[in-house]
Each structure stands twice: as C-alpha cells, then as structure tokens.
Design a protein around this ligand. Structure first.
Ligand code: ADP
Length: 190
C-alpha cells in the first residue's frame, strides 16, 4: 500500500471463534488506484466501458488493456460483479460491480447494494484474492445516502469475513473526509 495515498487510517480486527483471528477490516482515506492488494473493486457503470468518478480513475491508471478486457464482458447488471486483471495498477485484479442508483429507497436499492458487495466478495473468493479494497459504492453520482450505504457495506463485509477462508483483509478506501468519518463511525458498532 502506498503510504502517500493514506491520509488517515483505522484498523479494526474481527476477532471471532474463540480468539482465532478470522480477518481484518480496515478503513482508510486515500486513492484506490494506488493500493497494492489482490483485488480492488470498481464502482462501474452498466456498460463496463469506463465512466467518471472512481471508474474513470481506475481505467486511467490501469491503461487501455483494461478497457479491452472489459469489452469482452458484455456489461454488468445492477448488483452483479465481474473480474478482470489489473494491468498497470498495483492491484492484481479489478472486480467491476454496478451499484444501484438511489431513487428514494423504493426500488430495492438496499438489497441491490448488498448484492454488489456480496458478489464482489464472491468473485474475490473464487479467484483466491486474500486482500480486497472497496470504494464507497453508489455514494458518488448514484447519490445513495452515505450512512445507510456504509451500514450495508460494513454489515455485508463483516458477515462474509465470518464465512470465508480465502479473503483475509478488506479495506474500505474512502476518497473524501466525510466518507471516511462516516465509515469510521459506522465501523464502531461492530
Ligand atoms: P457511483 O456511481 O457508484 O456513485 P462514483 O465513482 O461516483 O460511483 O463514487 C463512488 C465513491 O468513490 C465516491 O465516494 C467517490 O468520492 C469515490 N472515489 C472517486 N475517486 C476515487 C478514487 N480514486 N479512490 C477511491 N474512491 C474514489
């Protein structure tokens, strides 16, 4: 992990099963394109052909080969997740997921956001990724309310870490300080 990319940090250890440490959940503030993990997650769009926000930053940093592989995937449904290589990124893989657009909470947004995190973690598990980093899915241009999104993200991650034998460390990479503070506050409940 590039120390320059981290402005703040907090690390919480999930300690389950009579003291055997099952995994680590970290919350940091930084740029996900700088992080050296087995897989970073991209908050992509339905075409998987790049866009703004974190999606644009990941494609810029990974180079054109990422777009070429994404063209072979034929898009992504909301809540689904697909994996590619990381190309020029420090991360080995990119897991592309499509979070829901916030429409007031009446369009199964909570279930779909849960599915985005869960399916991303399943792709990591299937591909032997022990270390995974997420951005705050759907809370940018998709306008999902931040606190509610953080609760879904961290609940889904903690539940999954209790079951997996593959994924050992999940890092939430928060780009701005409001996102970082919110995820830190929600993480205190676990
Ligand atoms: P969505 O369409 O799912 O809302 P966005 O890319 O608009 O996706 O925003 C999701 C989150 O990613 C926002 O909190 C945004 O600030 C953040 N973000 C943008 N660039 C980066 C980056 N390089 N690293 C980590 N997070 C980022």
């Amino acid at each position: 992990m590039n120390a320059d990319s981290i402005l703040n940090g907090k690390c919480s250890i999930i300690d389950l099963n009579g003291g055997n440490i099952m995994g680590t959940v970290k919350i940091i503030q930084g740029d996900i394109t700088k992080i050296k993990v087995d897989a970073i997650v991209n908050a992509a769009n339905t075409t998987l052909l790049g866009g703004g926000g974190v999606d644009g930053a990941i494609h810029r940093a990974a180079g054109p080969q990422l777009l070429a592989e994404c063209r072979t995937l034929h898009g992504c449904e909301t809540g689904e997740a697909k994996i590619t290589k990381g190309y020029l990124l420090p991360a080995q893989h990119v897991i592309h997921t499509l979070g829901p657009v916030w429409q007031g909470g009446t369009q199964r947004e909570a279930q779909l956001l849960h599915n985005s995190y869960l399916n991303s973690l399943k792709r990591a598990d299937e591909n032997n990724c022990a270390t995974v980093a997420f951005p705050s899915i759907s809370t940018g241009v998709y306008h999902y309310p931040l606190k509610a999104a953080a609760e879904i993200a961290l609940t889904t991650i903690h539940e999954f870490m209790r079951k997996t034998k593959v994924v050992k460390e999940v890092t939430m990479v928060c780009f701005d300080s409001a996102t970082f503070t919110t995820y830190q506050q929600v993480e205190q409940k676990f």
